[in-house]
Design a protein around this ligand. Structure first.
Ligand code: RIB
Length: 298
């Protein structure tokens, strides 16, 4: 079973601010950092650091070499990453003193996928392989149909939520990993229980992991339901916390861990990620996560 992740790669320009800039307001900051990020790249790094072999697909621009270097550093297969003539995607991220963020996304090369490109990449994968997707690249409906047609399992993190998802046949998704906001946008429901019930009614074949920020995460597949609380930490930057959770949870499933064990591993990994700055650099290695779990009081 191989994991292919056709997802975004963004240069994250991160500004530390007192508060998120208000409409019409100008705020100064003396602190900028540039990190590798993008939900696709972050989730591949989490999978790789968790110990799973992952193939990253997607597009970078002419300035995208750092992503290829990072793939080499973390042992991510990069042969399916293509280059477009334009710029790599980027994100302008403000982080306030409470570790809250606000993200402005420029899609760039992430929005330049073509059907020919997708067909070529998917031709190297088959039934039993997994396609991991987020919603920062174009052609999501096409990729879901095509991968499902060739028997791949589809894991979807529908983030950020956008109307394009209305055109996708989400009944073909095996596992959804989403947060409360996305759950609300997808189902119209507000409470976690209502979101899960409605997701299960619409997608009875799918497994659902609903992350609830500081309130933890819930797994539900129509029969089994598990709750995982967070591991409280001093949060400095929540960017990529969800991506770390997604990558680690999928890694746990690929390895054959039980759902409660996969949830616990993911929750610990994302708690470490929020205690560090940046997207890719904040994602912990498996050993750090396991050492931290071993140090938890029983
Ligand atoms: O999920 C975090 C990511 O969202 C950041 O790395 C940024 O690039 C945006 O895509």
């Amino acid at each position: 079973m191989r994991v292919l992740n056709i997802g975004s790669m963004n240069l994250d320009y991160v500004y530390s601010v007192d508060h998120i800039v208000l409409p019409g307001e100008t705020e100064s900051t003396g602190e900028i950092h540039v990190y590798l990020g993008g939900k696709g790249m972050n989730q591949s790094v989490a999978l790789a650091k968790a110990g799973v072999s992952v193939y990253q697909g997607g597009m970078i621009g002419q300035d995208g070499q750092p992503f290829l270097d990072a793939c080499a550093e973390f042992g991510i297969h990069s042969e399916y990453i293509a280059r477009s003539a334009g710029k790599t995607g980027h994100a302008v991220i403000q982080i306030d003193k409470n570790a809250q963020n606000s993200i402005l996304l420029y899609g760039g090369a992430n929005q330049c996928l073509t059907k020919a490109y997708v067909d070529e990449v998917l031709s190297h994968f088959d039934s039993g392989d997994i396609l991991l997707l987020q919603n920062e690249v174009n052609l999501l409906p096409y990729m879901i149909d095509k991968a499902y047609g060739q028997g791949m399992q589809i894991v979807l993190n529908p983030s950020p939520f956008h109307d394009n998802l209305a055109a996708a046949d989400l009944s073909k998704v095996s596992i959804f990993l989403l947060n409360e906001v996305e759950g609300n946008q997808l189902t119209g429901q507000t409470s976690p229980d209502e979101i899960l019930v409605e997701m299960n009614r619409r997608f009875p074949q799918s497994r659902i992991v609903l992350t609830l920020g500081e309130k933890g995460a819930i797994y539900f597949d129509g029969r089994e339901k598990y709750f995982q609380p967070i591991f409280p930490v001093n949060a400095v930057d929540t960017t990529a916390a969800g991506d770390t959770f997604t990558g680690y949870f999928l890694a746990g499933l690929v390895e054959g861990l039980s759902i409660p064990s996969a949830l616990k591993l993911s929750a610990k990994a994302s708690s470490i990620a929020v205690s560090r700055t940046g997207a890719v650099p904040s994602i912990p290695y498996r050993k750090e996560v396991e050492d931290a779990l071993a140090n938890e009081p029983s």
